[in-house]
Design a protein around this ligand. Structure first.
Ligand SMILES: NC(=O)c1ccc[n+]([C@@H]2O[C@H](COP(=O)([O-])OP(=O)(O)OC[C@H]3O[C@@H](n4cnc5c(N)ncnc54)[C@H](O)[C@@H]3O)[C@@H](O)[C@H]2O)c1
Ligand SMILES: [Zn+2]
Length: 359
């Protein structure tokens, strides 16, 4: 069992990485908080797979445990589902001492977290992420929220969990495509901050593809370490947390222009390559490094270019990102694998050249 600590201004909490749910009860006990009732929030795919297991581990000590599931997927990530969750919480008579467990992928985590942040002005919650993306990214850092009127994550709150409990064996049931999408964020962590980690991923491709548990534990530990260090330093994205947006400026534009038909990891994978081509024009990354990254992404069936989109459309779409401020595009660029910086002065021509390479 591996552990990490996230230490933000507002909260200190543990990330526990294990290959089963056996330690969950103990970790909840160690929080040392009074718990009147527990409510599991999950989706209709994860519910039949894992709610029973979680309940079995907890029901002896916490007999008042209930669960609510909604239809899986981004389409449910809205205020209507939040209303349903509030109704469930009231129905179950959850009070200020109740604990919410977010059991599922990033959609569940973001919504259960937002419901916990706002119900009775905030009740405690823990993250039990079950998709690779949620285990290495969304469950850590306290960003919660929903989509609204076509804008992704536009309504939300920073609200840190009490604990993140990761059971890596849940990845066995995760569809391959979803696993690969999560791998994009894993590879991102190596690219922006840690060349050794990038190489570790490259050197263990077979084990990762085989879902070798020991390798998955190493991978998730390293990614959570990077994410938790960044979040501990800059909880509200006023500085270095922006480095995590590597590939996301172009990625989000592609995601919207393709009407969310591509997975998030697939879009940022395309975005990584665009950012690398920008860095290449600035004299910082060689073509052979770009080929090296492309090869790794392709191993996980992640796209490195996108058909059917016009570079000019992508360029304009980037200005609609909620992170674009003062009409200025912010790019995260690399000087080398494992070394990134923020650049908001990239010239249009440089961006357009890079976009031409990925379309
Ligand atoms: N809060 C943050 O910091 C942050 C960061 C990145 C992404 N996000 C958000 O996360 C969401 C994406 O997360 P996601 O990729 O996990 O999507 P998701 O929650 O939709 O999960 C993907 C699919 O996998 C299924 N699934 C999850 N775990 C499973 C398992 N163990 N076995 C079988 N099926 C399983 C889900 O039911 C779903 O159908 C987006 O809404 C995004 O905005 C948030
Ligand atoms: Zn992302």
């Amino acid at each position: 069992m591996n552990q990490l600590i996230v230490n933000t201004k507002n909260k200190k909490y543990k990330i526990v990485i294990n290959s089963n749910f056996d330690g969950l009860y103990q970790e909840i006990t160690k929080l040392n908080i009074p718990i009147s009732k527990i409510a599991i929030i999950t989706d209709d795919i994860v519910d039949p797979l894992y709610s029973g297991q979680v309940i079995d581990h907890l029901k002896k000590s916490y007999p008042e445990i209930s669960s609510f599931s909604f239809i899986h997927g981004e389409k449910s990530k809205n205020l209507n589902t939040i209303s349903d969750i509030y109704a469930f919480m009231i129905d179950q008579k959850l009070d200020r001492k109740s604990l919410v467990i977010a059991l599922g992928g990033g959609v569940v985590g973001d919504m259960a977290g937002f419901a916990a942040a706002t119900y009775m002005r905030g009740i405690k919650f823990i993250q039990v992420p079950t998709s690779l993306l949620s285990q290495v990214d969304s469950s850590v850092g306290g960003k919660t929220g929903v989509d609204f009127n076509g804008y992704k994550n536009i309504v939300g709150a920073f609200y840190q969990p009490e604990l993140v409990y990761i059971n890596t064996s849940t990845l066995i049931t995760l569809p391959n495509k979803e696993f690969n999408s999560g791998m994009a964020e894993v590879i991102k962590h190596g690219l922006i901050l840690d060349q050794n980690y990038y190489n570790e991923i490259k050197n263990n491709i077979d084990k990762i593809l085989d879902l070798d548990d020991e390798q998955l534990q190493i991978l998730i530990y390293n990614s959570c370490k990077i994410k938790s260090q960044i979040v501990s330093e800059d909880e509200k994205e006023e500085g270095c947390r922006a480095l995590l947006n590597f590939g996301h400026t172009v990625g989000h534009a592609v995601e919207r222009l393709k009407n969310f038909e591509l997975l998030h990891g697939e879009c940022i994978s395309i975005g990584f390559i665009a950012a690398l081509y920008i860095s290449n024009q600035l004299g910082e990354i060689t073509e052979s490094t770009i080929d090296n990254v492309k090869k790794l992404l392709e191993t996980f069936e992640l796209p490195t270019s996108v058909a059917g989109l016009d570079p000019t459309d992508i360029y304009h779409e980037m200005f609609h990102d909620k992170k674009t401020s003062n009409n200025q595009l912010n790019f995260i660029l690399l000087t080398d694998i494992g070394n990134s910086y923020i650049d908001n002065l990239v010239e249009k021509e440089t961006v357009m050249n890079a976009l031409q390479k990925i379309t």
